[in-house]
Ligand binder design. Structure first.
Ligand code: SF4
Ligand code: SF4
Length: 133
């Protein structure tokens, strides 16, 4: 598997570094990496509703099986970008999958700092600014 794949997020509910918060700069690099964008079952209704689609329509138009066939992934474009990336914006940003929302603070991979432009700020500052939910 590509070392900068979307895959293998592990436990995505735990903040990895209690002192530092990495603030996304919307560089979109993580939306362009080849690999699965994992979609959890409970995320389907809210994303479908956000797109004003039925769950069946959303699943048929925008999802596929994960590479390991154990769960769903968002589709990718021919250039490997996520299907939900429109220019530099995520079409479903307010309801994006937890895999997307959790990177890089709740999961990452060796070498992630070389490809992610997130800005490191003190965790206390992030908490004060309401960024840590
Ligand atoms: S690679 Fe890092 S800075 Fe760029 S969009 Fe993803 S999380 Fe944000
Ligand atoms: S759902 Fe949005 S944030 Fe997640 S990979 Fe796709 S474009 Fe990026």
């Amino acid at each position: 598997m590509n070392p900068i794949s979307h895959g293998s997020p592990g436990n995505r509910e735990t903040i990895l570094d209690p002192d530092t918060y990495f603030l996304c700069q919307r560089c979109t690099a993580c939306c362009k990496w080849p690999g699965d964008v994992r979609l959890e079952t409970e995320e389907v209704p809210r994303i479908a509703a956000f797109l004003d689609l039925t769950e069946e329509e959303f699943l048929a138009r925008f999802t596929r099986l994960r590479t390991n066939r154990q769960g769903l992934s968002l589709l990718e474009k021919e250039n490997h970008e996520c299907i939900m990336l429109d220019g530099n914006s995520c079409v479903i940003h307010p309801v994006k999958p937890s895999q997307c929302a959790g990177f890089p603070n709740k999961w990452n991979f060796p070498g992630w700092r070389q490809v992610c432009e997130a800005k490191a700020i003190p965790f206390a500052e992030a908490r004060e600014r309401g960024l840590t939910k």
